[in-house]
Design a protein around this ligand. Sequence first.
Ligand code: UDP
Ligand code: MN
Length: 300
Amino acid sequence: EDAHVSQPELKVEDVYIAVKTTGRFHKTRLALLLETWISRTKAHTFIFTDTEDVDLTSEGYNMVVTDCQSDHSQQALSCKMSAEYDGFMASNKRWFCHVDDDNYVNPEALLSLLSAFPQEGDIYVGKPSLDKPITAHELLEGNATREVQFWFATGGAGFCLSRRLAEKMAPWASGSQFMRTSAKIRLPDDCTVGFIVEKRLGISMVHCPLFHSHLENLLLISQRSIPQQVVAGGFIHRCPSKCTSSYSHVFSNLQVTLSYGIFENKMNSIEVKGSFSKEDDPSRFKTVHCILYPLTSWCP
Ligand code: UDP
Ligand code: MN
């Protein structure tokens, strides 16, 4: 009604953070996240898995045990993304963010990024996994196919959707529709989100360089871009070289997500100096966490 009456300032608790995991990674991957960043976002972080874990449930984590298969197939992963979307839609949160169980999330950086967007806008923000749009062959009626091209945000780097956009996605994303849409293009969950936003709704993804997956060389991330201290007005106005959006002015200089993983038999992780050795902290997540939150009990 009145365009001048703006919503209350966005708080980090307004962000629904969905983490995708699987039973065999509860101890090997998820535990590290619970110790680090999820300790700061527990109440609004939802862990989507395929295996009951009474220890975690009794510790008060929001565990969502899906009926999805526990494998790396397109179907199993789309099934979990579908559950994440439905979980968000049933919540009263203002933003949906998805991450994998090998991502570190800097909640302050996430909040400062999301706060800079128009809160009533149709926003899909993340890092493109390729340097050009993906080409898919959409199945049409009676065995025909149609070539479609669109950008999508790599699920392994994390991405976010505003509530207004998520609501518009419902005809292709809610309930069994997400799996159906994924099957139509025969591509995984993260591609399916891009397809719905860009091809079904005609809304462009916002390309943001502050999300990171282990598909990129993480050694290239500078330590200076990690600390939490958000300098007032400290936004970079320079558009990153591959930036295609008109929102580049909203990006602060702080990384929103990090990742780690094995690449060509070697650990791909960010290079940060700090309290833990590479042996004690191969992902570097504990080291980063102690830089951001030095008062944490287990930080030296
Ligand atoms: N994952 C899953 N079921 C599986 C294997 C993986 O739900 O059988 C999840 C995993 O927990 C992670 C994401 O899928 O959040 C990506 O898995 P991973 O990092 O092992 O592979 P990537 O696709 O990054 O190479
Ligand atoms: Mn991964």
